[in-house]
Design a protein around this ligand. Structure first.
Ligand code: KG4
Ligand code: ZN
Length: 343
């Protein structure tokens, strides 16, 4: 089965073609960083307009790179949530148009399910069950994944997402947008134990996250650092970046390994834009090695938002006979439990 997957949930217009939920023939992403950069974050209205401008060329490029035409496909998958409503609508209505003219079945996909299943685009995916940590600009969640369509939420952020914390800290430090890559680069030159930023572990057994306190702590420290020469002698901007990154990584690694112990599974999967972070990959690999657990990371192009991962999730939905109709709508909030299946 050859599926075209489309994602316009946030600020990337993306489309990919995937065979049997495993092999990507193409994965085209049009980034809107240039547009949002000067605003220091994603402006929803501008994102929708950019999606309208780019959806057609992106989908056409995904088909031509796969050497295929619309008539060669077996289905179309599109993200219907969670995400920015105006942005999601562009992808959904474009996908509806394609299914209308082609008669192909349509799958409505949860964006987070796409992130969790992105690991199946790699050569050796994990066996079920596994624990997945999805860390992106909009989400930080831990799932117990028992099979395709069978996800149990174990913990999530109560305020900011991990990627959002990276973006906000980068903004207040003058490192620009998007922040994750900029912080990681700056952190390489710094010492991660120079500034003792807080770690919010919550109560002992909690698998929930909170990054807003850390963000405030960095903002207060930055203010002192800018105004007080003594604080500037104490640490460099690189030390601040490295210390902040380490606080986030410490908590993420601790919680996902706790979830691993609670479930007793043998594999941990990292997904979402923050999963590109090398320090996080290193630290998680080390922690997992100690417990004889395998860690799986998708390549960076499959960690950040992409259409191929939506095609993977859509393939499994269509296999289960979960076809969407022309009444399908978008949802800004879309809990993953809402798509639980018995298969
Ligand atoms: O998955 P994604 O592309 O979009 C969402 O669904 O949100 O994730 C984007 C997020 C941004 O917050 C970005 O700063 C973060 O992922 N990110 C990183 C890195 N690369 C991207 N965070 C930390 N380190 C990175 N190397
Ligand atoms: Zn995402």
């Amino acid at each position: 089965m050859i599926i075209l997957g489309i994602d316009t949930s946030c600020d990337d217009t993306s489309a990919g073609v995937v065979v049997d939920g495993r092999k990507a023939l193409s994965n085209v992403v049009h980034s809107q960083v240039e547009v949002h950069h000067r605003h220091g974050g994603v402006v929803p209205e501008l994102a929708s307009r950019e999606h309208i401008r780019n959806i057609m060329p992106v989908v056409e490029a995904s088909l031509s790179r796969a050497n295929l035409q619309l008539t060669d496909l077996d289905g179309i998958a599109v993200t219907t949530g969670p995400g920015l409503v105006g942005a999601l609508l562009v992808g959904l209505y474009y996908a509806k148009g394609l299914t209308w003219v082609s008669g192909l079945p349509l799958a409505a996909v949860n964006h987070l399910e796409g992130h969790i299943l992105s690991i199946f685009l790699e050569e050796s995916p994990p066996p079920f069950p596994f624990v997945a940590l999805t860390v992106s600009g909009g989400h930080t969640s831990i799932y117990h994944v028992q099979g395709f369509g069978r996800y149990t939420l174990m913990g999530q952020t109560l305020d900011d997402a991990a990627g959002e914390a990276f973006d906000k800290v980068a903004k207040i430090s003058g490192l620009g947008y998007p922040g994750g890559v900029a912080i990681e680069k700056m952190a390489k030159e710094g010492s991660h134990d120079r500034v003792p930023f807080p770690r919010a572990y919550m109560h002992k057994d909690s698998l929930d996250f909170s990054f807003s306190g850390l963000k405030t702590a960095v903002a207060l420290y930055m203010k002192k650092w800018q105004e007080d020469p003594a604080t500037r002698d104490e640490s460099t901007l690189a030390d601040i970046a490295a210390s902040f990154q380490e606080s986030v990584v410490d908590v993420l690694v601790h919680k996902v390994m706790t979830a691993r112990q609670k479930t007793g599974v043998g594999s941990v999967v990292l997904a979402g834009g923050v999963a590109c972070n090398r320090r996080l990959r290193e630290r998680l690999s080390k922690a997992a090695e100690k417990e004889n657990v395998r860690v799986y990371f998708p390549r960076p192009a499959y960690c950040t938002d992409n259409g191929a991962m939506i095609a993977v999730a859509g393939y499994h939905r269509l296999l289960r006979g979960e076809t969407a109709d022309m009444a399908a709508d978008v949802r800004s909030k879309f809990p993953i439990d809402a798509i639980r299946s018995d298969t």
